[in-house]
Design a protein around this ligand. Sequence first.
Ligand code: ADP
Ligand code: MG
Length: 386
Amino acid sequence: MAADFEAAFGKPPELIVRAPGRVNLIGEHTDYNGGFVLPMAISQATFIAARPRLDRRLHVSAVLLQRWATVDLDRLEHNSEEPWANYLIGVARELEIAGHPLRGADMIVTSSLPLGAGLSSSASLEMAVLKLFETMGGFELDDDEAAQLGRRVENDFIGVSTGIMDQLIIRVAREGHALFLDCQDLSREHVPLSFPRTAFVIMDTGVKREVAASKYNERVAQCRQALQDMNAILGRTAQTLRAFTAKELEVCRPSMSDLIYRRARHVITENARTQTASGMMKSGDATAMGMLMNASHESLATDYEVTGPSLDAMVRIAHTLEGCFGARMTGGGFGGCVVSLVEAAKVAAFSNTLLERYASETGNIGDALISTPSAGAGVVLKGAIS
Ligand code: ADP
Ligand code: MG
């Protein structure tokens, strides 16, 4: 990284920051229902090497994309020619609006994360850039504020309507821990991941999530309908589906359409599974955790209908392989990644066989990442900043 920087700018970097990607272990499509999620930061990460400049310009090389951009900190506007640079511009713009001191820099950005695979390379890039500006400017946002800032960049500047989970886990993660996060009030707990002799295998289906955005909005609307139905039937004024139990849902069932009932059943049972999973992590019961992951996938496939043939095939094959405690789709669905909890000694055989069988069954080429729970965004190298 330092050598790449020197090759690009003729001097060594003064600062290197890192921000991880993330994978959600359980708690899918619960965030916008005020529910629980349980993500962990992964070993694969975005890295930025930088050297402050005396003017207010950013000269940035995106190594993976082989693209360059120049940004004037006094004219922070959308760049349609270099869309990747908008993640940096967006973060700088938010900091400028909030009145934080910004410094120009020469920078190279690189990553060991696959881009666009659902492991949140975008939030990772935002949190890396933020850490860089904080360190160069000598200020520090509080974690909630930092995550909210990243979310605003994603929602308002990039134009993708996402929740706050990605930025928050990437900002606050602790090595060896997942984060049990209550999306209603952002209260959270770092949960040690103590399954002995296991690893998480993350496998990209190689299928892009093209229909995901419209289907995502459709699911959000269906959950709103379920909330309205249940409030009317039970005479309640709940704000989110989080407020209801499985028992209450059964009371409502005869007066709800089957489709809306099933959507609500996924959300309510997934919340319960996620709460149980956070307890399982503390007790280190990999078998029980695996069963919860399997049940989560089943619910996403049949009740929520967000999986599709590739995700289902990969999960089905994973279940048949030795050493696999459990497997489920992770992320919004309709493509993207599967996460499996696997006995450490079997990881290589598991990954190879899964990739082979998945390719021969679906014709798609997958890709495996082996990950352990990593720390959140931080400074890797800091020289005397000039
Ligand atoms: P995901 O967040 O699931 O990886 P997104 O589509 O939200 O997928 O974000 C991917 C985009 O983020 C890329 O197309 C690129 O614009 C930007 N990006 C992320 N990491 C990098 C990087 N290391 N270098 C340049 N651009 C990056
Ligand atoms: Mg993203």
